[in-house]
Design a protein around this ligand. Structure first.
Ligand code: MV4
Length: 491
Protein backbone atom coordinates (compact mmCIF):
# COMPACT_ATOMS: atom_id res chain seq x y z
CA UNK A 1 0.00 0.00 0.00
CA UNK A 2 1.67 3.18 -1.22
CA UNK A 3 -1.06 5.78 -1.46
CA UNK A 4 -4.37 6.15 0.38
CA UNK A 5 -7.27 8.29 -0.76
CA UNK A 6 -9.27 9.52 2.22
CA UNK A 7 -12.93 9.74 1.20
CA UNK A 8 -13.86 12.17 3.93
CA UNK A 9 -13.31 15.70 5.24
CA UNK A 10 -12.61 17.61 8.45
CA UNK A 11 -10.95 16.24 11.56
CA UNK A 12 -11.23 12.58 10.63
CA UNK A 13 -9.65 13.04 7.17
CA UNK A 14 -6.76 14.84 8.85
CA UNK A 15 -6.44 12.25 11.60
CA UNK A 16 -6.26 9.37 9.10
CA UNK A 17 -3.66 11.18 6.98
CA UNK A 18 -1.44 11.76 10.00
CA UNK A 19 -1.15 8.03 10.62
CA UNK A 20 -0.67 7.28 6.92
CA UNK A 21 2.19 9.79 6.80
CA UNK A 22 3.71 8.29 9.95
CA UNK A 23 3.65 4.92 8.15
CA UNK A 24 5.31 6.34 5.05
CA UNK A 25 2.16 6.10 2.92
CA UNK A 26 1.19 8.98 0.58
CA UNK A 27 -2.21 10.63 1.06
CA UNK A 28 -4.83 11.99 -1.30
CA UNK A 29 -7.58 14.36 -0.14
CA UNK A 30 -10.87 14.95 -1.91
CA UNK A 31 -12.87 18.13 -1.43
CA UNK A 32 -16.08 19.93 -2.26
CA UNK A 33 -16.20 23.56 -3.42
CA UNK A 34 -16.46 25.07 0.09
CA UNK A 35 -13.72 22.79 1.42
CA UNK A 36 -11.14 24.02 -1.11
CA UNK A 37 -8.93 25.60 1.59
CA UNK A 38 -9.61 23.14 4.41
CA UNK A 39 -6.78 21.78 6.54
CA UNK A 40 -7.31 18.23 5.24
CA UNK A 41 -6.71 19.52 1.69
CA UNK A 42 -3.58 21.42 2.69
CA UNK A 43 -2.18 18.53 4.68
CA UNK A 44 -2.55 15.84 2.00
CA UNK A 45 0.22 15.09 -0.48
CA UNK A 46 -2.31 15.65 -3.27
CA UNK A 47 -5.90 16.84 -3.42
CA UNK A 48 -8.65 16.22 -5.93
CA UNK A 49 -11.66 18.47 -6.39
CA UNK A 50 -14.96 16.59 -6.33
CA UNK A 51 -17.13 19.60 -7.09
CA UNK A 52 -20.49 20.32 -5.49
CA UNK A 53 -21.15 21.18 -1.89
CA UNK A 54 -24.02 19.08 -0.58
CA UNK A 55 -22.77 15.63 0.47
CA UNK A 56 -25.03 14.13 -2.20
CA UNK A 57 -23.03 16.06 -4.83
CA UNK A 58 -19.59 15.44 -3.35
CA UNK A 59 -18.49 13.09 -0.56
CA UNK A 60 -21.36 10.66 -1.18
CA UNK A 61 -20.87 10.22 -4.93
CA UNK A 62 -19.24 6.82 -5.44
CA UNK A 63 -18.34 7.49 -9.09
CA UNK A 64 -16.53 10.71 -8.18
CA UNK A 65 -14.55 9.04 -5.40
CA UNK A 66 -13.54 6.13 -7.64
CA UNK A 67 -12.56 8.50 -10.47
CA UNK A 68 -10.43 10.54 -8.03
CA UNK A 69 -8.74 7.38 -6.76
CA UNK A 70 -7.82 6.27 -10.27
CA UNK A 71 -6.65 9.72 -11.27
CA UNK A 72 -4.36 9.91 -8.23
CA UNK A 73 -3.08 6.38 -8.60
CA UNK A 74 -4.00 5.58 -5.00
CA UNK A 75 -4.26 1.87 -4.25
CA UNK A 76 -6.50 2.08 -1.18
CA UNK A 77 -9.46 4.09 0.14
CA UNK A 78 -10.16 4.96 3.77
CA UNK A 79 -13.79 6.05 4.21
CA UNK A 80 -13.50 7.56 7.73
CA UNK A 81 -16.90 7.66 9.49
CA UNK A 82 -20.25 8.83 8.13
CA UNK A 83 -20.56 9.44 4.37
CA UNK A 84 -19.79 6.15 2.53
CA UNK A 85 -18.16 4.35 5.44
CA UNK A 86 -20.98 1.84 5.96
CA UNK A 87 -22.17 1.66 2.39
CA UNK A 88 -21.92 -1.94 1.16
CA UNK A 89 -22.26 -0.90 -2.50
CA UNK A 90 -19.22 1.36 -2.09
CA UNK A 91 -17.13 -1.41 -0.53
CA UNK A 92 -18.22 -3.76 -3.32
CA UNK A 93 -17.36 -1.25 -6.06
CA UNK A 94 -13.90 -0.73 -4.56
CA UNK A 95 -13.32 -4.46 -4.71
CA UNK A 96 -14.50 -4.63 -8.33
CA UNK A 97 -12.05 -1.87 -9.21
CA UNK A 98 -9.22 -3.91 -7.66
CA UNK A 99 -8.62 -1.31 -4.99
CA UNK A 100 -8.29 -1.89 -1.24
CA UNK A 101 -11.13 -0.81 1.05
CA UNK A 102 -9.74 0.03 4.48
CA UNK A 103 -12.72 -1.40 6.28
CA UNK A 104 -14.64 -4.64 6.74
CA UNK A 105 -15.92 -6.95 4.03
CA UNK A 106 -19.17 -6.37 2.14
CA UNK A 107 -20.91 -9.20 3.97
CA UNK A 108 -20.30 -7.74 7.45
CA UNK A 109 -21.44 -4.27 6.36
CA UNK A 110 -24.62 -5.68 4.83
CA UNK A 111 -25.54 -7.89 7.79
CA UNK A 112 -24.83 -5.26 10.44
CA UNK A 113 -26.61 -2.57 8.40
CA UNK A 114 -29.88 -4.29 9.24
CA UNK A 115 -30.74 -4.77 12.90
CA UNK A 116 -32.91 -7.78 12.10
CA UNK A 117 -30.22 -9.40 9.94
CA UNK A 118 -27.72 -8.72 12.77
CA UNK A 119 -29.96 -10.48 15.30
CA UNK A 120 -30.33 -13.38 12.90
CA UNK A 121 -26.55 -13.60 12.39
CA UNK A 122 -25.65 -13.71 16.08
CA UNK A 123 -28.32 -16.32 16.94
CA UNK A 124 -26.63 -19.41 18.27
CA UNK A 125 -23.59 -17.50 19.53
CA UNK A 126 -24.95 -17.13 23.05
CA UNK A 127 -25.06 -13.32 22.95
CA UNK A 128 -27.42 -11.71 25.48
CA UNK A 129 -30.27 -9.89 23.70
CA UNK A 130 -33.08 -7.69 24.94
CA UNK A 131 -36.28 -9.79 25.16
CA UNK A 132 -38.17 -9.27 21.91
CA UNK A 133 -38.74 -10.52 18.39
CA UNK A 134 -36.24 -10.98 15.60
CA UNK A 135 -38.56 -10.62 12.65
CA UNK A 136 -40.31 -7.65 11.07
CA UNK A 137 -43.90 -7.24 12.20
CA UNK A 138 -46.80 -5.62 10.32
CA UNK A 139 -49.93 -7.04 11.93
CA UNK A 140 -51.09 -4.83 14.82
CA UNK A 141 -53.03 -7.64 16.50
CA UNK A 142 -50.02 -9.91 16.47
CA UNK A 143 -47.95 -7.00 17.82
CA UNK A 144 -50.42 -6.57 20.69
CA UNK A 145 -50.14 -10.25 21.53
CA UNK A 146 -46.34 -10.20 21.49
CA UNK A 147 -46.13 -6.94 23.45
CA UNK A 148 -48.40 -8.35 26.14
CA UNK A 149 -46.17 -11.40 26.43
CA UNK A 150 -43.00 -9.31 26.70
CA UNK A 151 -44.71 -6.87 29.06
CA UNK A 152 -45.03 -3.09 28.75
CA UNK A 153 -43.35 -0.72 28.26
CA UNK A 154 -42.02 -1.94 24.93
CA UNK A 155 -39.99 -0.25 22.24
CA UNK A 156 -40.75 -0.37 18.52
CA UNK A 157 -37.59 -0.07 16.43
CA UNK A 158 -36.87 0.27 12.74
CA UNK A 159 -34.70 -2.53 11.34
CA UNK A 160 -32.83 -0.08 9.09
CA UNK A 161 -32.78 2.45 11.92
CA UNK A 162 -30.09 4.67 13.26
CA UNK A 163 -29.99 7.73 15.45
CA UNK A 164 -33.23 6.79 17.16
CA UNK A 165 -35.30 7.34 14.02
CA UNK A 166 -38.39 5.21 13.81
CA UNK A 167 -38.04 4.34 17.51
CA UNK A 168 -41.20 4.53 19.65
CA UNK A 169 -41.76 3.75 23.32
CA UNK A 170 -45.17 2.20 23.94
CA UNK A 171 -46.42 2.34 27.53
CA UNK A 172 -49.62 0.35 27.18
CA UNK A 173 -51.67 -1.67 24.73
CA UNK A 174 -54.00 1.22 23.81
CA UNK A 175 -51.11 3.29 22.49
CA UNK A 176 -49.74 0.46 20.39
CA UNK A 177 -51.64 0.80 17.08
CA UNK A 178 -50.90 4.49 16.65
CA UNK A 179 -47.25 4.25 17.71
CA UNK A 180 -46.69 1.26 15.49
CA UNK A 181 -48.10 3.07 12.44
CA UNK A 182 -45.94 6.09 13.22
CA UNK A 183 -42.81 3.97 13.57
CA UNK A 184 -43.51 2.22 10.25
CA UNK A 185 -44.10 5.43 8.32
CA UNK A 186 -41.11 7.15 9.92
CA UNK A 187 -38.90 4.19 9.02
CA UNK A 188 -40.29 4.10 5.48
CA UNK A 189 -39.63 7.78 4.84
CA UNK A 190 -36.24 7.90 6.58
CA UNK A 191 -34.74 4.63 5.28
CA UNK A 192 -37.01 3.46 2.48
CA UNK A 193 -37.64 0.36 4.57
CA UNK A 194 -40.67 0.19 6.84
CA UNK A 195 -39.65 -3.00 8.69
CA UNK A 196 -40.06 -2.65 12.45
CA UNK A 197 -39.68 -5.03 15.37
CA UNK A 198 -40.47 -5.08 19.08
CA UNK A 199 -38.21 -5.18 22.14
CA UNK A 200 -38.71 -4.84 25.86
CA UNK A 201 -37.96 -1.21 26.77
CA UNK A 202 -34.90 -0.89 29.01
CA UNK A 203 -35.81 2.22 30.97
CA UNK A 204 -32.49 3.53 32.29
CA UNK A 205 -29.70 2.03 30.25
CA UNK A 206 -26.08 3.01 29.97
CA UNK A 207 -24.50 2.89 26.53
CA UNK A 208 -21.40 0.72 26.55
CA UNK A 209 -19.58 -0.19 23.36
CA UNK A 210 -16.66 -2.54 22.82
CA UNK A 211 -13.91 -1.81 20.31
CA UNK A 212 -12.82 -4.86 18.39
CA UNK A 213 -10.04 -5.57 15.91
CA UNK A 214 -9.92 -8.56 13.61
CA UNK A 215 -7.34 -9.59 11.02
CA UNK A 216 -7.65 -11.76 7.93
CA UNK A 217 -5.93 -14.67 9.70
CA UNK A 218 -8.77 -15.47 12.09
CA UNK A 219 -7.58 -13.43 15.09
CA UNK A 220 -10.10 -11.20 16.84
CA UNK A 221 -9.39 -9.14 19.98
CA UNK A 222 -11.29 -6.50 21.93
CA UNK A 223 -9.80 -3.23 23.10
CA UNK A 224 -12.12 -2.81 26.08
CA UNK A 225 -15.09 -0.48 26.31
CA UNK A 226 -16.09 3.10 25.79
CA UNK A 227 -19.04 4.58 27.63
CA UNK A 228 -21.18 7.00 25.63
CA UNK A 229 -24.15 7.56 27.93
CA UNK A 230 -23.90 11.37 27.80
CA UNK A 231 -25.95 11.99 24.69
CA UNK A 232 -28.47 14.53 23.55
CA UNK A 233 -31.16 13.22 21.22
CA UNK A 234 -28.96 10.35 20.05
CA UNK A 235 -26.04 12.67 19.48
CA UNK A 236 -23.09 11.71 21.66
CA UNK A 237 -21.50 14.61 23.55
CA UNK A 238 -19.08 13.08 26.08
CA UNK A 239 -17.44 9.68 25.78
CA UNK A 240 -14.95 7.96 28.02
CA UNK A 241 -12.79 4.91 28.42
CA UNK A 242 -12.89 2.87 30.51
CA UNK A 243 -16.47 3.04 31.84
CA UNK A 244 -16.79 3.84 35.53
CA UNK A 245 -19.28 0.99 36.04
CA UNK A 246 -17.57 -2.08 34.63
CA UNK A 247 -15.44 -4.30 36.79
CA UNK A 248 -12.85 -6.70 35.40
CA UNK A 249 -15.24 -9.65 35.28
CA UNK A 250 -18.03 -7.79 33.46
CA UNK A 251 -15.47 -6.21 31.10
CA UNK A 252 -14.20 -9.66 30.08
CA UNK A 253 -17.72 -11.00 29.64
CA UNK A 254 -18.75 -8.09 27.42
CA UNK A 255 -15.47 -8.23 25.53
CA UNK A 256 -15.95 -11.92 24.83
CA UNK A 257 -19.53 -11.33 23.68
CA UNK A 258 -18.31 -8.57 21.34
CA UNK A 259 -15.71 -10.91 19.84
CA UNK A 260 -18.43 -13.48 19.21
CA UNK A 261 -20.57 -10.87 17.44
CA UNK A 262 -17.59 -10.00 15.23
CA UNK A 263 -16.96 -13.67 14.49
CA UNK A 264 -20.64 -14.21 13.68
CA UNK A 265 -20.24 -11.93 10.65
CA UNK A 266 -16.63 -12.88 9.79
CA UNK A 267 -15.57 -9.38 10.69
CA UNK A 268 -12.26 -7.95 9.51
CA UNK A 269 -10.78 -4.62 10.63
CA UNK A 270 -11.82 -2.22 13.38
CA UNK A 271 -15.43 -2.38 14.53
CA UNK A 272 -17.60 -1.52 17.50
CA UNK A 273 -20.20 -3.66 19.21
CA UNK A 274 -22.85 -1.66 21.07
CA UNK A 275 -24.55 -2.86 24.23
CA UNK A 276 -27.14 -1.55 26.63
CA UNK A 277 -26.31 -2.04 30.30
CA UNK A 278 -29.24 -1.99 32.73
CA UNK A 279 -29.32 -1.01 36.42
CA UNK A 280 -28.58 -4.60 37.45
CA UNK A 281 -25.53 -4.77 35.19
CA UNK A 282 -27.25 -7.02 32.67
CA UNK A 283 -25.96 -6.27 29.20
CA UNK A 284 -27.71 -6.69 25.87
CA UNK A 285 -26.37 -6.62 22.32
CA UNK A 286 -27.79 -3.71 20.33
CA UNK A 287 -25.91 -3.44 17.05
CA UNK A 288 -22.48 -3.37 15.47
CA UNK A 289 -20.92 -0.35 13.79
CA UNK A 290 -18.72 -1.43 10.93
CA UNK A 291 -16.46 1.63 10.84
CA UNK A 292 -13.89 3.62 12.77
CA UNK A 293 -15.95 5.60 15.28
CA UNK A 294 -15.81 9.30 16.13
CA UNK A 295 -14.87 8.47 19.73
CA UNK A 296 -12.03 6.04 18.87
CA UNK A 297 -9.34 8.33 20.41
CA UNK A 298 -10.31 7.48 24.01
CA UNK A 299 -9.54 3.84 23.26
CA UNK A 300 -6.23 4.83 21.66
CA UNK A 301 -5.21 6.76 24.77
CA UNK A 302 -5.94 3.99 27.27
CA UNK A 303 -4.47 1.17 25.16
CA UNK A 304 -1.61 3.00 23.43
CA UNK A 305 -2.76 1.54 20.11
CA UNK A 306 -3.24 3.62 16.95
CA UNK A 307 -6.48 2.23 15.53
CA UNK A 308 -5.96 3.70 12.07
CA UNK A 309 -2.52 2.06 11.89
CA UNK A 310 -4.17 -1.25 12.81
CA UNK A 311 -6.85 -0.77 10.15
CA UNK A 312 -4.17 -0.16 7.53
CA UNK A 313 -2.11 -3.17 8.60
CA UNK A 314 -5.17 -5.43 8.55
CA UNK A 315 -6.11 -4.10 5.08
CA UNK A 316 -2.56 -4.97 3.94
CA UNK A 317 -3.20 -8.53 5.08
CA UNK A 318 -0.86 -8.48 8.08
CA UNK A 319 -1.73 -10.49 11.18
CA UNK A 320 -2.37 -8.55 14.42
CA UNK A 321 0.92 -8.04 16.25
CA UNK A 322 -0.59 -8.59 19.71
CA UNK A 323 -2.89 -11.01 21.50
CA UNK A 324 -5.74 -10.35 23.90
CA UNK A 325 -3.53 -10.96 26.94
CA UNK A 326 -1.03 -8.32 25.72
CA UNK A 327 -3.68 -5.60 26.03
CA UNK A 328 -4.14 -3.59 29.21
CA UNK A 329 -5.95 -0.44 30.27
CA UNK A 330 -3.68 2.41 31.24
CA UNK A 331 -5.28 5.50 32.79
CA UNK A 332 -8.52 7.17 31.79
CA UNK A 333 -9.58 9.25 28.78
CA UNK A 334 -12.51 11.57 28.11
CA UNK A 335 -13.69 13.04 24.84
CA UNK A 336 -15.87 16.10 24.44
CA UNK A 337 -17.39 16.74 21.04
CA UNK A 338 -17.41 20.43 20.18
CA UNK A 339 -20.39 21.18 17.96
CA UNK A 340 -21.20 24.50 16.29
CA UNK A 341 -24.48 24.60 18.20
CA UNK A 342 -25.91 27.00 20.75
CA UNK A 343 -26.59 25.16 24.02
CA UNK A 344 -28.58 28.17 25.25
CA UNK A 345 -30.88 28.01 22.26
CA UNK A 346 -31.97 24.39 22.06
CA UNK A 347 -28.66 23.40 20.41
CA UNK A 348 -29.59 25.18 17.18
CA UNK A 349 -26.83 24.84 14.60
CA UNK A 350 -24.81 28.04 14.64
CA UNK A 351 -23.14 29.18 11.45
CA UNK A 352 -20.47 31.82 11.08
CA UNK A 353 -16.71 32.01 11.07
CA UNK A 354 -14.06 31.23 13.65
CA UNK A 355 -13.04 34.82 14.43
CA UNK A 356 -10.80 33.66 17.19
CA UNK A 357 -9.57 30.12 17.61
CA UNK A 358 -6.92 29.26 20.18
CA UNK A 359 -6.25 25.59 20.82
CA UNK A 360 -5.61 24.20 24.28
CA UNK A 361 -2.34 22.36 24.65
CA UNK A 362 -0.28 20.48 27.18
CA UNK A 363 0.32 17.03 28.60
CA UNK A 364 -2.80 14.91 28.67
CA UNK A 365 -4.60 17.03 26.06
CA UNK A 366 -5.32 15.89 22.50
CA UNK A 367 -7.34 17.95 20.07
CA UNK A 368 -8.61 16.40 16.84
CA UNK A 369 -9.99 19.22 14.73
CA UNK A 370 -10.36 20.20 11.11
CA UNK A 371 -10.68 23.97 11.14
CA UNK A 372 -8.46 27.00 11.62
CA UNK A 373 -8.92 30.57 12.78
CA UNK A 374 -10.74 32.67 10.20
CA UNK A 375 -12.53 29.73 8.56
CA UNK A 376 -16.25 29.59 7.88
CA UNK A 377 -18.11 26.58 9.20
CA UNK A 378 -20.02 25.24 6.19
CA UNK A 379 -23.70 24.44 6.65
CA UNK A 380 -23.56 21.42 4.38
CA UNK A 381 -22.03 18.90 6.75
CA UNK A 382 -22.02 17.67 10.32
CA UNK A 383 -21.74 20.57 12.79
CA UNK A 384 -18.91 18.94 14.77
CA UNK A 385 -15.88 21.27 14.86
CA UNK A 386 -13.50 19.35 17.01
CA UNK A 387 -12.99 16.63 19.57
CA UNK A 388 -11.30 17.64 22.77
CA UNK A 389 -9.72 14.62 24.41
CA UNK A 390 -8.18 14.50 27.87
CA UNK A 391 -6.10 11.82 29.52
CA UNK A 392 -5.06 11.22 33.12
CA UNK A 393 -3.90 8.49 35.46
CA UNK A 394 -7.48 8.02 36.65
CA UNK A 395 -11.00 9.35 35.97
CA UNK A 396 -10.72 12.36 38.28
CA UNK A 397 -7.42 13.39 36.71
CA UNK A 398 -8.97 13.12 33.24
CA UNK A 399 -11.95 15.26 34.32
CA UNK A 400 -9.60 17.84 35.84
CA UNK A 401 -7.51 17.90 32.67
CA UNK A 402 -10.65 18.32 30.57
CA UNK A 403 -11.70 21.34 32.66
CA UNK A 404 -8.26 22.92 32.21
CA UNK A 405 -8.40 22.31 28.46
CA UNK A 406 -11.90 23.79 28.19
CA UNK A 407 -10.70 26.90 30.05
CA UNK A 408 -7.77 27.30 27.65
CA UNK A 409 -9.77 26.70 24.48
CA UNK A 410 -10.92 29.98 22.95
CA UNK A 411 -13.54 29.94 20.22
CA UNK A 412 -15.13 33.21 19.14
CA UNK A 413 -17.49 34.03 16.31
CA UNK A 414 -19.51 30.88 16.73
CA UNK A 415 -21.53 29.41 19.57
CA UNK A 416 -20.36 25.96 20.57
CA UNK A 417 -21.05 23.16 23.04
CA UNK A 418 -17.79 23.88 24.91
CA UNK A 419 -19.69 25.40 27.85
CA UNK A 420 -22.00 22.41 27.83
CA UNK A 421 -18.96 20.17 28.26
CA UNK A 422 -17.92 22.21 31.25
CA UNK A 423 -21.40 21.79 32.70
CA UNK A 424 -21.06 18.00 32.38
CA UNK A 425 -17.56 17.96 33.93
CA UNK A 426 -18.82 19.92 36.96
CA UNK A 427 -21.98 17.92 37.47
CA UNK A 428 -21.99 15.80 40.68
CA UNK A 429 -23.70 12.89 38.92
CA UNK A 430 -21.12 12.85 36.16
CA UNK A 431 -18.27 13.10 38.66
CA UNK A 432 -19.66 10.27 40.80
CA UNK A 433 -20.46 8.10 37.76
CA UNK A 434 -24.14 7.90 38.73
CA UNK A 435 -25.74 8.57 35.34
CA UNK A 436 -27.45 6.87 32.40
CA UNK A 437 -28.53 7.80 28.87
CA UNK A 438 -31.09 10.25 30.31
CA UNK A 439 -28.41 12.48 31.91
CA UNK A 440 -28.88 15.47 29.59
CA UNK A 441 -32.66 15.29 29.64
CA UNK A 442 -32.66 14.95 33.44
CA UNK A 443 -30.16 17.60 34.46
CA UNK A 444 -29.47 20.04 31.68
CA UNK A 445 -31.29 23.37 31.42
CA UNK A 446 -30.16 26.64 29.82
CA UNK A 447 -30.61 28.18 33.29
CA UNK A 448 -28.02 25.82 34.74
CA UNK A 449 -25.59 26.87 32.03
CA UNK A 450 -26.32 30.57 32.65
CA UNK A 451 -25.71 30.04 36.35
CA UNK A 452 -22.33 28.54 35.50
CA UNK A 453 -21.49 31.52 33.26
CA UNK A 454 -22.63 33.98 35.95
CA UNK A 455 -20.47 32.19 38.50
CA UNK A 456 -17.50 32.42 36.12
CA UNK A 457 -18.14 36.11 35.53
CA UNK A 458 -18.15 36.73 39.29
CA UNK A 459 -14.84 34.92 39.68
CA UNK A 460 -13.38 36.83 36.72
CA UNK A 461 -14.52 40.15 38.23
CA UNK A 462 -13.06 39.23 41.64
CA UNK A 463 -9.77 38.26 40.02
CA UNK A 464 -9.66 41.48 38.02
CA UNK A 465 -10.29 43.54 41.16
CA UNK A 466 -7.55 41.73 43.03
CA UNK A 467 -5.04 42.27 40.25
CA UNK A 468 -6.06 45.92 40.09
CA UNK A 469 -5.58 46.43 43.83
CA UNK A 470 -2.21 44.65 43.76
CA UNK A 471 -1.08 46.90 40.92
CA UNK A 472 -2.22 49.97 42.84
CA UNK A 473 -0.19 48.91 45.87
CA UNK A 474 2.95 48.32 43.82
CA UNK A 475 2.48 51.63 42.07
CA UNK A 476 2.30 53.41 45.43
CA UNK A 477 5.39 51.62 46.71
CA UNK A 478 7.21 52.51 43.50
CA UNK A 479 6.12 56.13 43.81
CA UNK A 480 7.30 56.30 47.41
CA UNK A 481 10.61 54.79 46.45
CA UNK A 482 11.17 57.26 43.66
CA UNK A 483 10.14 60.10 45.99
CA UNK A 484 12.81 59.02 48.45
CA UNK A 485 15.36 58.75 45.67
CA UNK A 486 14.48 62.20 44.37
CA UNK A 487 14.70 63.71 47.83
CA UNK A 488 18.07 62.07 48.53
CA UNK A 489 19.40 63.51 45.26
CA UNK A 490 18.19 66.97 46.11
CA UNK A 491 19.76 67.13 49.51
C1 MV4 B 1 -33.07 0.73 23.38
C2 MV4 B 1 -33.33 1.46 24.54
C3 MV4 B 1 -34.06 0.86 25.53
N1 MV4 B 1 -34.53 -0.39 25.36
N2 MV4 B 1 -33.54 -0.53 23.26
C4 MV4 B 1 -31.19 4.29 20.87
C5 MV4 B 1 -30.55 4.28 19.53
C6 MV4 B 1 -30.38 2.88 19.16
N3 MV4 B 1 -29.01 2.65 18.79
C7 MV4 B 1 -30.78 2.07 20.33
N4 MV4 B 1 -31.30 2.94 21.32
C8 MV4 B 1 -31.92 2.50 22.43
N5 MV4 B 1 -32.37 1.22 22.36
C9 MV4 B 1 -34.25 -1.04 24.23
N6 MV4 B 1 -34.76 -2.28 24.09
C10 MV4 B 1 -32.82 2.75 24.64
C11 MV4 B 1 -32.12 3.28 23.58
C12 MV4 B 1 -31.67 4.61 23.78
C13 MV4 B 1 -30.32 4.93 23.82
C14 MV4 B 1 -29.34 3.97 23.63
C15 MV4 B 1 -28.02 4.27 23.69
C16 MV4 B 1 -27.64 5.57 23.94
C17 MV4 B 1 -28.58 6.55 24.15
C18 MV4 B 1 -29.93 6.24 24.07
C19 MV4 B 1 -30.85 7.25 24.27
C20 MV4 B 1 -32.17 6.94 24.22
C21 MV4 B 1 -32.57 5.64 23.95
Amino acid sequence: MKKILVANRGEIALRIMKTARKMGIKTVAVYSDVDRHSPHVKYADEAIHLGGNASSESYLVIDKIIAATKKSGADAIHPGYGFLSENAAFAERIQEENLIFIGPNVHAITVMGSKLAAKEAVKGYDIPMVPGIDEAIEDVNLAKEIASKIGFPILIKASAGGGGKGMRVVKNIDELPEQMNRAISEAQSAFGDGSVFIEKYVASPRHIEIQILADTHGNTVHLFERECSIQRRHQKVVEEAPSSVLDTALRSKMGEAAIKVAEACQYVGAGTVEFLLDENNNFYFLEMNTRLQVEHPVTELITGIDLVEQQINVAKGLPLSFKQEDLTINGHALELRIYAEDPLNNFLPNIGSLEKYTRPKGDGIRLDDGYEEGMEIPIFYDPMLAKLISYGKDRNAAIQKMKEAIAQYQIEGIKTTLSFGEFVCNHPNFISGDFDTHFVQKYFTPEALNKQTDHEKTIAAQLALRVYLENEKQLKVANNQSDEWLQSRMQ
